[in-house]
Design a protein around this ligand. Structure first.
Ligand code: K7E
Ligand code: CUA
Length: 650
């Protein structure tokens, strides 16, 4: 192979800095296409992963306007997510409380292979987890930890009816004969380290459970996508490091001419598990979910997980040889073609599902690894797309017979035909795209109108903000024969993948506020007359209400140094877009931002004697500044009794 690592490095240097910098758009035509007039709404929601922000920023498309950021794996001071008592349990893991993660792949729930607008799933790469975001209120509804896994990267891709969400180990881990994690020299990688590929079952209400894991050789499992149509019972996972290197992977994991895509018949595996196949092994993990009735997150610890050994269950997994450390794996809308991103490959390999089935039937194998048959490359490959750019990573589809692939090193998007497998168009991006997204572009029915390039390098595209810059997304019109660049917009964090979802699938189901009547939070108070302060040993509970423009109570005495003060604030407004905030001087967490009909709790441990103000943080009315109160904090041994009032002097 002419390709080599030093050559990649040279190409990287050559292409990285200097794609021609002229801006091809800027025509009034382009402006017209992305202009969303004041008061008008965008056509699509763009759900972007936040990468190392751990959140899910939401943009309107085509305008590129930043609409909201859903807090997911990271605490958010904006609304108190992960700080307040109600949402803290969402971030519980077997490693303790983990208030940050690295989120890569949002994926919308699907029905019959099409986006249905119910939920978005997103993976946490660092401390392996999958979150489910509820699109009726854009809040994180559930987070499940993935056991026996390290680096949950090939996640969270859904099957055609959201039966399952995928997960896999990016970093293999040592497991002994009983499949317990163990303490061994890193140099024993080849004999001791294993990977797992996990299938997370999704219930009717979205509730997640780890249904089973498949034990696989200690490669690095990278990306995934489920099949559709003829391949809908299958899911595909790329891997690199089939060399099983454990140091300097840059070189040591780039030696083999081919690595593998793991093709998994998830339906068959699931049926086996349902019939009692497999073995329960240790696999402690948390499942955290929002109890909607109580508006309170809850955690449960699950101890074991079911595992399948491929050697004992033939037919559940096959390896598809794939050139040179593939990255993305994408399935075309017909479900017939499986495209691998060949990041070190000179061609873009496309496997045929039909040929894969044929090869399986004929036992056309070129080998076997740990009981997993390796299919013959030449028997399964449909085409190798030539000239598809350098450093190809990810592919999406327009539903009109074309595929679009990002090329990181040559900084471009390349459009090619699914009929001739020839390149028909290419467009420069600024700079170095990772993923790309077409609304519905990984489903059975893409909306082939826009494409978003998620670029990794920003440099000179915006006014500089010192060394650290936001990332840059670019919106490209793909409705014609030639791609046309329409818009640049900056994105927060490091977006990897994104999902574009037609607005009408989401808008009609929006919750505008929570019904006070349906609020069964144990510490809710629904009228001002129920508001009160109670002492229980060193704990003081303030059951407080907010409504424009006062808190009840707003004068509190009898708190002492050393107390734990729980402010349980219920916003008793019943109207859209009237949150109230709550902050108290010296609090060691964030504010609360409480939606109408909702209850949230802030714990405060006053350290010093004094009178402390508290106030509403959200400008809620003309008399918002008046929305304030005082707590008197007395010495630890004081005999001031608890008392509270609103609107009475004294
Ligand atoms: Cu950034 Cu999908 Cu994590 Cu490729 S991954 S770029
Ligand atoms: Cu309530 Cu400001």
């Amino acid at each position: 192979m002419w390709w080599s690592v030093p050559l990649i490095a040279v190409l990287a240097l050559t292409f990285y800095g200097c794609p021609s910098q002229q801006n091809l758009s800027g025509s009034s035509d382009a402006a017209q296409k992305v202009y969303v007039a004041p008061g008008e709404h965008d056509e699509y929601y763009g759900m972007f992963s936040g990468g190392y922000s751990g959140q899910l920023p939401v943009y309107g498309l085509p305008s590129g306007r930043h609409l909201y950021t859903v807090p997911v794996f990271t605490q958010s001071a904006t609304n108190g997510y992960g700080y307040n008592e109600e949402t803290r349990p969402m971030l519980m893991t077997t490693h303790g409380y983990v208030p940050w993660d690295d989120a890569h792949h949002p994926e919308g729930s699907q029905t019959d292979g099409e986006l249905d607008g119910r939920w978005v799933f997103m993976n946490a790469n660092n401390t392996p987890r999958i979150a489910r975001i509820d699109l009726t209120n854009f809040q994180t509804a559930e987070i499940i930890e993935i056991p026996n896994s390290a680096g949950n990267h090939a996640s969270s891709f859904v099957t055609v009816n959201t039966e399952y969400v995928s997960a896999a180990t990016r970093f293999s881990i040592p497991m002994d004969e009983d499949l317990e994690n163990m303490d061994v020299p890193i140099s024993s990688y080849a004999e001791n380290f294993k990977g797992t590929i996990s299938f997370i079952k999704v219930g009717d209400e979205g509730e997640m459970s780890v249904d089973f894991q498949i034990l696989v050789p200690g490669f690095n499992y990278d990306l995934s996508h489920a099949g559709k149509g003829p391949s809908e019972d299958w899911a595909f996972f790329t891997s690199y490091n089939s060399e099983e290197a454990h140091t300097l992977l840059e070189r040591n994991a780039s030696r083999n001419d081919k690595d593998f895509i793991a093709a998994i018949n998830w339906r068959k595996a699931a049926d086996l598990v349902a019939d009692g196949a497999g073995e329960d092994i240790p696999g402690e993990h948390y499942r955290n979910y929002m109890d909607h009735d109580q508006q309170l997150a809850k955690s449960e610890l699950i101890e074991t997980v079911r595992v399948l050994d491929p050697a004992e269950h033939p037919g559940i997994i096959y390896y598809l040889p794939t050139p040179k450390s593939p990255h993305g794996v994408d399935v075309d809308p017909t479900g017939q073609y499986i495209v691998a991103g060949g990041k070190l490959s000179s061609v873009l390999p496309v496997h045929s599902f039909e040929k894969i089935q044929q090869a399986i039937e004929n036992e056309d194998y070129e080998g076997e690894i740990d009981g997993i048959p390796v299919l013959n490359y030449n028997s399964i490959v449909q085409a190798e797309v030539e000239n598809a750019g350098i450093g190809t990573l990810h592919t999406e589809f327009d539903g009109n017979g074309y595929a679009y692939t990002t090329a990181f090193i040559s900084s471009e998007i390349v459009k090619w035909s699914l009929e001739t497998f020839e390149v028909v168009d290419r467009i420069d991006t600024y700079y170095s795209p990772g993923h790309l997204m077409i609304p519905g572009g990984d489903t059975r029915n893409p909306d082939g109108k826009y494409l978003v390039a998620l670029n990794k390098i920003t440099k000179d595209r915006y006014l500089p903000t010192g060394p650290e810059l936001f990332h840059s997304a670019q919106l490209i019109d793909i409705s014609g024969d030639k791609m046309e660049l329409l818009l640049d917009f900056p994105t927060d964090g490091e977006p990897h993948y994104a999902q574009g979802i037609r607005a009408d699938l989401i808008v009609d189901n929006q919750i505008r506020f929570y019904e006070l009547e349906g609020n069964n939070h144990p510490d809710a108070v629904k009228t001002e007359s129920e508001a009160r302060v109670e002492r229980d040993g060193n704990d003081v509970h303030v059951y407080m209400t907010s409504i424009r423009s006062h808190f009840t109570p707003d004068n509190i005495e009898g708190v002492k140094v050393g107390d734990n003060v729980y402010f349980h604030l219920t916003n008793i407004e019943q109207d859209w877009d009237v949150p109230h905030g709550f902050a108290v001087m010296g609090a060691q967490t964030s504010e609360l931002l409480v939606m109408p009909g909702e209850t949230r709790t802030l714990v405060w441990k006053p350290k010093k004697v004094g009178v402390y103000p508290f106030y509403c943080t959200d400008f809620c009315s003309a008399l918002h500044q008046e929305m304030q109160g005082y707590v008197r904090v007395s010495p630890e041994d004081s005999d001031v009794e608890i008392s509270y009032r609103t609107g009475t002097e004294g």
